[in-house]
Design a protein around this ligand. Structure first.
Ligand SMILES: Cc1ncc(C[n+]2csc(CCOP(=O)(O)OP(=O)(O)O)c2C)c(N)n1
Ligand code: SF4
Length: 245
């Protein structure tokens, strides 16, 4: 039998929920870094969230940051180890709701790190509370009647913000999904672009990935795919908002 695709060397087993998007994204990261010859030259800075339950799957040098502080931690590591590929891996709650100061400061200074943020429109690990990315009207543990944007603010678009706001000059900003084979391949190309930008010293790169959280959405994985391609992608368009120079 011919082997046409192998699990990346640095990826182990995880115990994430069935249908969760985290597992696909961590695989894509390791595929890209292996293809770029950087598998042994990486440091992952992990945010607080469901990914913490899967760190045994990341057989790489890694640092567990305090909640929301991953970008600041990654900047420090990159400054003392400039030749290592340094990236954050954060949920939307960690990266935005809780860690927005660190995330924006890293983007504003165009720090030469990569941020991978996983947008599943809620706080997965703690049971599905509302996040800045929760959709208008979405029911969560803390928006039981549906998110009221008059009271809680509007859904937050980090890649668009750092790509288009005056004063920011990031290297690369994109959003993908991992909903089907086509979108998985597209997101992999985005992740490759982000890491190549860092390897070229171009500055801050971010890829946000829309993922499913079947457990807290109270949906089957198939229903989650439907929800992402209809309502989630309508609010959060997929694409490259800042292409590499
Ligand atoms: C300072 C602090 N506040 C709150 C928590 C509780 N907490 C743990 S994970 C989490 C949210 C994680 O959500 P997200 O970053 O979206 O990741 P996901 O689990 O959805 O992948 C929260 C609020 C904590 N651990 N520390
Ligand atoms: S709770 Fe949601 S985000 Fe966390 S592992 Fe399960 S499906 Fe994934």
């Amino acid at each position: 039998m011919t082997i046409i695709k192998k699990i990346p060397d640095k990826l182990g087993q995880h115990a994430l929920c069935a249908g969760c998007g985290h597992g696909i994204v961590i695989r894509l990261i390791q595929e890209v870094l292996q293809e770029l010859g950087q598998a042994d030259n990486q440091i992952a800075v992990v945010g607080v969230g469901c990914i913490c339950t899967a760190t045994s799957a990341l057989k790489v040098d890694r640092f567990q940051a305090a909640h929301g502080r991953a970008c600041a931690t990654a900047e420090g590591i990159k400054r003392v180890r400039p030749n290592v590929v340094v990236y954050t891996y954060q949920g939307d709650g960690d990266a935005y709701t809780i860690g927005i100061a660190e995330s924006l400061n890293a983007a504003y200074r165009n720090e030469n790190i990569t941020m991978i943020s996983i947008n599943n429109t809620n706080f997965g690990m703690t049971g599905g509370q509302m996040s800045w990315t929760t959709l208008p009207g979405q029911k969560t543990e803390t928006s039981v009647n549906g998110r009221d944007c008059e009271l809680t603010g509007l859904p937050f678009h980090f890649p668009e913000m750092v790509a288009n706001s005056q004063g920011f000059h990031v290297a690369y900003a994109a959003r993908g999904t991992v909903n089907d084979v086509k979108s998985i391949n597209q997101t992999k190309r985005m992740i490759r672009n982000a890491f190549e930008a860092q390897l070229n010293g171009e500055g801050f790169s971010v890829v946000e990935v829309l993922t499913a959280c079947p457990t807290n959405w109270h949906m089957t994985p198939q229903q989650c795919q439907e929800r992402i391609s209809t309502s989630v992608e309508s609010e959060y368009p997929v694409g490259e908002f800042k292409k590499r120079g």
